[in-house]
Write a protein that binds this ligand. Structure first.
Ligand code: FES
Length: 273
């Protein structure tokens, strides 16, 4: 378990896809759940929500952005190499039901997390409008897969290189103006999830977001992944990773995620020397 069977570099090599041999996890995993991976014995434990599973082949697919020492170390792992540790499936699965009209909003590697959820919502009979955003078109991932998983697909780029020139929130507002939407699922960078949630809160539309705080054990023991939701402390690894976007304290989460930025920078510099 943990051997990489396929690998792809996406978004100009800044985002990597790994299909990993994990028969037991692939059979048990449900949309919205995550795994924790470690490249080597002393490596950091990185939580990643699965972008896909293939129970017949016994594999799971994860997609990560290369941003620090640990993901730089992950990037060095090629087909045939094995992760030192792989645990999962962890977290609560997404509650999938036919609610009617759903909007799925994704940005960055959040699109990978959104993929199995979008597909399951469509398979459950929902009409799914998907809105994906990236800085520029070259950095957009999984366009074809998301097209297949959705009823309608909209692309937004900050620089106007493809689709709507602007943010996912512009298109979200437009879709909400023209349709009666029953559920919004927004997964991506914290500001994106925060502003999508603010828009839907005004219209009182149920909104799910998937949070990715720093994690250590992934089993509710260490408290590292704590987030504030509706003024209550929750552990994203066991209570989430999905929460009601109208109740999440996004500013606190952003602050906690930034706590180790300086150390992460130093660690990457030392590793690259
Ligand atoms: Fe330790 Fe969630 S990662 S409690």
């Amino acid at each position: 378990m943990g051997k990489i069977v396929a690998r792809e570099e996406m978004a100009q090599g800044t985002i990597i896809l790994n299909e990993i041999d994990a028969p037991r996890i692939s059979r048990k995993a449900k949309p919205g759940q995550f795994v924790i991976l470690q490249a080597d014995e002393t490596g950091e434990r990185i939580p990643l929500t699965m972008a896909d599973t293939n129970p017949e082949k016994g594999t799971i697919t994860i997609i990560y952005m290369v941003i620090g020492k640990s993901t730089t170390r992950f990037k060095e792992l090629m087909v045939g190499d094995e992760y030192y540790a792989l645990i999962g499936p962890l977290g609560k699965p997404t509650h999938i039901e036919n609610v009617g009209k759903v909007v799925c909003v994704g940005g960055g590697t959040g699109i990978a997390v959104l993929h199995p959820i979008t597909r399951a919502l469509k398979e459950a009979g929902n009409e799914v409008t998907t809105i994906l955003g990236s800085r520029t078109y070259d950095l957009l991932i999984m366009e074809e897969k998301m097209k297949a998983a959705s009823t309608t697909l909209n692309i937004c780029t900050d620089d106007g290189s493809h689709g709507h020139h602007g943010f996912v929130t512009d298109v979200l507002k437009d879709v909400l103006e023209k349709n009666d939407i029953d559920l919004v699922v927004a997964i991506g960078p914290i500001p994106m999830m925060k502003f999508c949630s603010l828009i839907t809160k005004e219209k009182n539309i149920k909104t799910l977001v998937s949070l990715n705080p720093i994690m250590v054990d992934g089993t509710g023991m260490c408290g590292c992944c704590r987030v504030t939701v509706g003024n209550e402390t929750k552990f994203a690894c066991v209570d989430g990773p999905e929460f009601d976007g109208h109740k999440v304290n996004f500013d606190e989460l952003a602050k906690r995620l930034a706590s180790y930025l300086e150390d992460e920078k130093l660690s990457l510099e030392a590793y690259e020397k």
